[in-house]
Design a protein around this ligand. Structure first.
Ligand code: MN
Length: 314
């Protein structure tokens, strides 16, 4: 059916949006139609003006493509928008790199995952596939809702923990430090506004932290910390991690949560990881006094979230 002219036609929209002199993106010809399925899929993470993920399924010599602003849904109860975009040449499955600013799709394109897929159904309005990738696996259905707007629905049960449903942990006030200071890590009490920050699909519901959330890409996390004012500027000071990459950490010892938090290297003009000192009470209290902070918070190293926090006034 698909003769050469038909196939060339498929990439007309793709070519119309791009200038080969200005973008490193591939400009291959449509490939001859393969024998059908067991085909390649790729998901690009595309840091364009707006972060999104591009799902591409090899089909009839080209890559059928959808832009998914929130990435693949992890929960069958929550469908994600998937905007049907122009077919891409097959060579695009291996493409990653920098599309110059000002060009169509300008920004960084990385390969988030790739693999093979099976087709269970393929019509103009509904595409049902089973993905076999490293990060993306399972059954998904894409269905058209309105023109180029489609939705993507996960058909398998979720593979991740739900976000923890907990209140921010509160320290218990003490007039003096614990006797076993070596079992604690100590931080400043900041006196700011407590906030839990859920991060998913490069986004968060907490105002002012959009760029921080974006830096997480497709990672999921729940951060615990405070909005504080330092030298006149509002800064998010992060000091605990309740969830990371689909797993709840609330039952893990503080020590382990803190180690995972430090690996995230949260450090920027508007957000910081709170400093923490093991077994050092007096020096931290002295520094808190000098900086006019309310006091010291001690966190027991072996305690799960919500337990073993104390506050000693400066
Ligand atoms: Mn894109």
């Amino acid at each position: 059916m698909a003769d050469r002219a038909d196939r060339a036609d498929k990439l007309q929209r793709y070519r119309g949006k791009r200038d080969p002199a200005r973008t490193p993106e591939p400009f291959g010809e449509p490939r001859p139609r393969s024998d059908g399925d067991g085909d390649t899929f790729v998901i690009h993470e595309h840091h364009a003006r707006s972060l999104h993920w591009d799902l591409r399924l090899a089909r009839e010599g080209v890559l059928a493509s959808w832009a998914i602003p929130k990435g693949l849904p992890e929960d069958p109860k929550v469908n994600h928008l998937a905007v049907h975009t122009e077919d891409h040449p097959m060579e695009y499955a291996a493409f990653h790199g920098e599309i110059p600013r000002g060009e169509y799709g300008g920004g960084t394109m990385t390969i988030w995952d790739s693999g093979t897929y099976e087709t269970e159904k393929w019509s103009d309005r509904e595409v049902k596939v089973v993905l076999h990738g490293e990060r993306a696996s399972g059954r998904f259905v894409l269905f058209q809702t309105d023109g180029k707007n489609w939705m993507i629905h996960r058909m398998d049960p979720p593979t991740r923990d739900p976000f923890p449903d907990v209140e921010p942990a509160e320290p218990v006030e003490r007039s003096r430090p614990p006797r076993d200071v070596e079992r604690y890590a100590f931080e400043f009490a900041w006196g700011g506004e407590r906030v839990l920050v859920p991060v998913q699909g490069g986004r968060t519901t907490v105002r002012g932290l959009d760029r921080l959330a974006r830096s997480f890409g497709s990672r999921t996390a729940v951060l615990d910390g405070e909005m504080v004012t330092l030298s006149g500027a509002g800064i998010f000071v992060c000091y605990d991690l309740l969830y990371l990459d689909g797993r709840s950490l609330v039952g893990e010892p503080y020590e382990d949560r803190r180690a995972r938090l430090e690996e995230l290297r949260i450090a920027g003009a508007r957000w910081q990881t709170a400093p923490s000192w093991r077994g050092e009470f007096q020096a931290v209290r002295q520094a808190a006094r000098e900086q006019g902070l309310p006091g010291v918070v001690g966190k027991r190293l072996d305690a799960p979230y919500g337990e073993g926090w104390i506050f000693v006034p400066a």
